[in-house]
Write a protein that binds this ligand. Structure first.
Ligand code: HEC
Ligand code: HEC
Length: 208
C-alpha cells in the first residue's frame, strides 16, 4: 500500500515538473534572450538591416517548434539558406527543451510597435490570393494552432516575402522531417511570381 502511494506521489511530482516545463517561465527565459537582443531587438521588433524578423507576441508553440527545427537542422541547414544559417547557431545557445520553452514564453510576452511597410503591391489582388491562405492562417492572419499555422499579424513584409520565396525555392519546407513546412510549401506555389507574392503580403500587412 505504502509503496503504491509513494509511486503515485512520485508520478504526481513528475507530472508537476513536466507541467512547469511545458508552460515555460518567461522570467527564466529573459536570461537566454540576452543573446537574441543583438538581432531581434530588446522588444522583439526585429531588424531589417540584420535580416531578423519580428518575433514579439508570436505564439509560444510556433516559436518553440522553429527553435527546435533550427537546432536539429530541419530549418537553416541548407547552405543556400543564408539567413536561416545565421539563426541556427543562435538556437544552439539554448541548451535544452526547458530553455526553449522559457525563452519562447518570454518572446511571446514581448510587445513591439507594428512594423513599417517596405514593399508595394496590389492589395486587392492580394486579398483574392489570400482566400486560400485563410483556411489555415485565419481570415485576419491570427494563426491556428490546430492547423499548425503561425500568426502573421505584425510580421514584417520583407521577411514574409523572403519566406514565401524560400518555400517556393525549397530552402524551407523540404527537409524530410519538416512536416509543417511541407504543408506550407505547396501553398507558396499558388503565388505564381514575385508580383503575386508582393500582392498577398501587402494585403497581410493590413491585418491589425
Ligand atoms: C545573428 C542574429 C540573430 C540572433 C543573435 C538571433 N537570431 Fe533569431 N533569427 C535571425 C534571422 C536572420 C532569422 C531569419 C532566418 C530565416 O530566414 O529563416 C531569425 C529567425 C528566428 C525565428 C523564426 C521566426 C519565424 O517567424 O519563423 C525565431 C523564433 C528566432 N529567430 C528566435 C531567436 C531567439 C530566441 C534568439 C536567441 C536565443 C535568436 N533568435 C537570436 C537572426 C538572429
Ligand atoms: C494548409 C495550411 C496552410 C495554408 C493554406 C497556408 N499556410 Fe502558410 N503556413 C502553414 C504552416 C503549417 C506554416 C508553418 C511552417 C513551419 O512550421 O515551418 C506556415 C508558414 C507560413 C509563413 C512563414 C511564417 C514565419 O513566421 O516564418 C508565411 C509567410 C505563410 N505561411 C504565408 C502563407 C500564405 C501567403 C498563404 C497563402 C498563399 C499560406 N501561408 C497558406 C500552413 C498553411
Amino acid at each position: 500500500m505504502l509503496k503504491k502511494i509513494t509511486l503515485l506521489l512520485m508520478g504526481l511530482g513528475l507530472g508537476i515538473v513536466h507541467f512547469a516545463w511545458a508552460a515555460g517561465d518567461p522570467e527564466k527565459g529573459k536570461t537566454f534572450y540576452a543573446v537574441c537582443v543583438a538581432c531581434h531587438g530588446q522588444d522583439g521588433a526585429g531588424n531589417k538591416a540584420l535580416n531578423a524578423p519580428r518575433i514579439a507576441g508570436q505564439e509560444i508553440w510556433y516559436i518553440e517548434r522553429q527553435l527546435k527545427n533550427y537546432k536539429s537542422g530541419i530549418r537553416g541547414a541548407n547552405n543556400k539558406d543564408i539567413y536561416g544559417m545565421q539563426m541556427r547557431p543562435m538556437s544552439m545557445t539554448l541548451p535544452n527543451d526547458e530553455a526553449i520553452a522559457n525563452v519562447s514564453a518570454y518572446v511571446n510576452s514581448l510587445k513591439a510597435k507594428p512594423p513599417v511597410a517596405t514593399i508595394q503591391g496590389d492589395v486587392g489582388a492580394g486579398k483574392a490570393a489570400y482566400m486560400i491562405c485563410q483556411t489555415c492562417h485565419g481570415a485576419k492572419g491570427e494563426g491556428n494552432k490546430a492547423l499548425n499555422a503561425p500568426k502573421l499579424i505584425g510580421q514584417q513584409d520583407w521577411y514574409m516575402v523572403r519566406q514565401l520565396k524560400g518555400f517556393k525555392d525549397g530552402l524551407r519546407g523540404t527537409h524530410p522531417k519538416d512536416v509543417y513546412g511541407m504543408q506550407m510549401r505547396p501553398m507558396s506555389m499558388t503565388l505564381t511570381d514575385d508580383k503575386a507574392i508582393n500582392n498577398v503580403v501587402s494585403y497581410i500587412v493590413t491585418f491589425k
